[in-house]
Structure formats: C-alpha cells, structure tokens
Design a protein around this ligand. Sequence first.
Ligand SMILES: Cc1cc2nc3c(=O)[nH]c(=O)nc-3n(C[C@H](O)[C@H](O)[C@H](O)COP(=O)(O)OP(=O)(O)OC[C@H]3O[C@@H](n4cnc5c(N)ncnc54)[C@H](O)[C@@H]3O)c2cc1C
Length: 478
Amino acid sequence: MSKKKLAIIGNGMGTCRLLDELVARGAPFSYEISVFGEEQGGAYNRIQLGKVLGGAAPDAIVTKPPEWYDRHNIRLIDRTRVTRLDTLRKQIETGDGQQRAYDVAVLATGSQPIVPSLEGMNDEHGELKPGIFVYRTIGDCLRMRERARAGDSAIVVGGGLLGLEAAKVLSDRGLHVTVVQLQKTLMNAQLDELGGEMLARQIERTGIFVRTGRTVEAVYAEESVKGVYLDDGSTRPADMVVLACGVRPRVDLAKVSGIPVNRGIVVNDALATEVPGVYAFGECAEHAGKTYGIVAPVWEQAAVLADVLTGQTPGQRYRGSKLYTRLKVAGIEVASMGTIEPEREGDEVLQIVEERRHSYRKLVMRDGRLVGAILVGNTAAAATLVQHFDRGDLMPQDPLELLCQSAAPANSGARLVCNCNKVSEAELCDAIERGCDSVEALGAATKAGTGCGSCKSELGQLLARGPKKLSLPLVAAS
Ligand SMILES: Cc1cc2nc3c(=O)[nH]c(=O)nc-3n(C[C@H](O)[C@H](O)[C@H](O)COP(=O)(O)OP(=O)(O)OC[C@H]3O[C@@H](n4cnc5c(N)ncnc54)[C@H](O)[C@@H]3O)c2cc1C
C-alpha cells in the first residue's frame, strides 16, 4: 500500500515536537512526511532567541539540524512559504509557484508580532525603516545584533515578556535601554499591579529605564531611526527601536484557503479544522475559544495530534491547557498561574510583600483550592503551587505553609519540575538513578529543561542531592 502524504506547514517549536511524537509512533512508515518552513534550516528553540541576540551562533539554539530530517526520512522544504491550500484538489501552493499534492495537512504557522502603526516608521515600500525591529526569528536577532553597538540607545516598545527580554540582552551589550509600556505596570498579562511594580523596580536596578503608562506616538527617522516621540510630548533619541507589542496567531494562509478562522484557526478536540484532511495546532490554533502564547500547551497539542494522525491511541483528545508561566525576566525570577485577581465573591487572597528582599508572593484561592498565584523575586514555592493548581488539590489549612516553603516537601515526587514538558520530580529522580549525571543527560532522557530552561537550576539541585535520597513515591500524598 502506498504511503499517505502528510504535509506540515511551519517548522517552528510545535512542529519540532510533533515530528518527535510522530517518529516515536512510527509514522514515517505509514506517511511520506514533508515539512514546509519559511525560515532557513531546521527547527530551533525560539525561546532561546535571547542567546542569539546576545551573540551566540544561531546553531546554538537549533534543535533539529537538516540531517535529522534526512535520517528520519522526512523531507524538509525550508525557505519556502506556503501561499495557499487548494483543499478540494488537495494541493499545496508555494511562493516559488510550485504545487505539491497532500492527503493530510497540518497548519503550524505560529504567531506573528503585532506591529503598531507609528507615524514615520515605514519606508516608501511599507517596510520598517532601518533600526526598527520586531523580535520573533533568528533573522530578526541577527539584524538587531548587527545594528546594536555599545553606547547606542534603544527604545523597547512593550513591557511584556519579550520586550523585557530584549531590553535585558541589549542592556547587557552596553546599550542605554528604555522600555516604554502603555499599561500602568509591566507584564500586565501575568502580574497584578503590585507584582508589575515590584518587577519594574528590580529591572530598573539592572540599569534599564522603565516608563509605564506611556507610549510611543511617532518615530523620528532620516535614513534610519534617530528617536521617538512619546505621548506626553517628550522626545527621546534612539539608535534602534524594538517593537514588542504582543503577538497574534498567523492565520493568513488558513484565510486564503477557506479554512475557518476566528482569532486563531478554529480546531476541535482532535485538533481538526472543519475542512476534512486539514489539522492545526500551536500558537496559530484556537481551541475552545482560546489561543495560547507559550510552549507547554503547544507541546501538549502535538502529542494528541500525533495520536490522532497515527491512530495509535484512538480517541485521544485535547481538552485545553491550564496556563502556568515560570520565567526569568531580565534576570528576575517570576511565576504566574491562573487568575491574578479575585474574581468571585468569597475568593480569598493571601499576599506577602518583602520590600527589602524584592519579593512579592500572592495566592488566590476559591473554595479552599488554588485558582491563581503570582511570585516575583522568590519562586521557591512555584513547583508545589503549580501542582496544587493543576490538580485542583485542597490547600493546607494554613496556605502560608506552602507559600513560605524554601524547598520542596519530602514526599513531592509528583511535583512538576519542568512545566514546559510536564516532567515530575519522580521521573527525574528515576533518570538520575538510572545514571543521568548532568543537566544535559536529564534533558536527553526526560526532555526536562529543553523548553524555556527556567527549571535548569532545579535540575542541578536534584543532581547535587544525589541518587540515594531521591527514591520518592511516584504519586505524592495530597
Ligand atoms: C523571543 C521569544 C521568547 C519566548 N519565550 C518563551 C518562554 O520563556 N516560555 C514559553 O513557554 N514560550 C516562550 N515563547 C513562545 C514560544 O516560542 C512559542 O509558544 C512557540 O514557538 C510556538 O510554537 P509554534 O510552532 O506554534 O510557532 P512558531 O515557533 O512561531 O513556528 C511557526 C513557524 O511557521 C512558519 N510559517 C508561518 N507561516 C508559514 C507559511 N505560510 N509557510 C511556511 N512557513 C510558515 C514561521 O516562519 C515559523 O517558523 C517565546 C517566543 C519568543 C519569540
């Protein structure tokens, strides 16, 4: 029997994981798999882009070099944009005018940066003038890197995760950096006002200037950017401007192909679009009215889609993901999960503010269970809190016990250490007992630490504790 043709469009972090999941299920024996990627080369860890902006070679973040595809009999068609799917004839049309047949297509086109319309920022072709950048790809980082010289000044528009990360890397390269954030506080999607203010204070201590409640109205540029006009009438010189104003799902391809789109490409629990033979997942997809902007849900979807496409676990379905973010923002530990403010009458809030230690911790509880938490500066309790949040466990009589713990409790084997890959402490202990003796070895064995990497220090601590103390039960008492 001839193999079916599976075309995956987009070669980002979602596809990278989907390919692993497909290979693990033997899909290359039943499918002829092609991956179309607009960017050059194999898939890379987009979360680590800061390394490339900071000076590392692009290869340092590549997770699948082209040989990997060859080795697994997968065709990588890079530097190729898919422009349309003819879903009736089952043909893929690419930017170079070619057409290729498919039986099953997966859209994994990710997100694109939101570019605000600022006076003076475009040239006569509608392109961003030299010195103005977005931050999404290796190409963006290489261009920024070429421009950024120590002693220059940069304005970063947007005080969310990406903007703060870009600000930190540019500041570390010796630039004078100002972050301009329209909202009253930083990272307003993940932090409440107090948390955002604490973060801003700490970020300013690193030498970055933060202006909140302000925005850039226009750009002053000659051949290239020279400065910006803020909405309070003031001006600031700038040798570069980084636009980090959020992302939106990339749905252009789906739209021209007649595949139903809302905010993202609409999919059901099997990650199927309404058009037979076309699936979508990752940041481009909208499931149950939700789109996601971090990698953990994308990887959960990849596993379900691989089950669906290979028929290995019939009936496997994606039911949505609980959002949890743990990050190092400009060097400062931050964790956030669920709701950040009480929403219903009876919701209980517990807050600890330690001004001198630059730490802020907050819990939101409903009916004795955790529905949200914010940790800035001290994330020691993060993994235990996420376990309660994820499983809906009852909180202890005195929730302060959880919030104030400086290390994981003894019987915490089920505690998630790597949230991106959902790897528990017990699995890591097991891997260490089987001989994994470095963070890299743990990553290879369990995938822990291969997403955002914020758990790597904890992996190091587990390794330092040694195997003997680590024989913990797989399921913790709750
Ligand atoms: C700087 C930065 C830092 C981040 N930090 C974190 C973090 O700390 N933690 C976290 O969880 N997440 C983080 N993220 C988000 C994370 O990178 C995304 O959740 C993840 O990459 C989404 O995977 P995806 O496959 O859906 O999309 P992407 O990785 O964006 O991949 C989509 C790919 O499809 C390609 N494509 C699109 N349209 C076409 C087409 N028509 N034809 C061919 N190719 C096409 C694109 O060029 C792109 O390569 C960060 C993102 C950035 C940019």
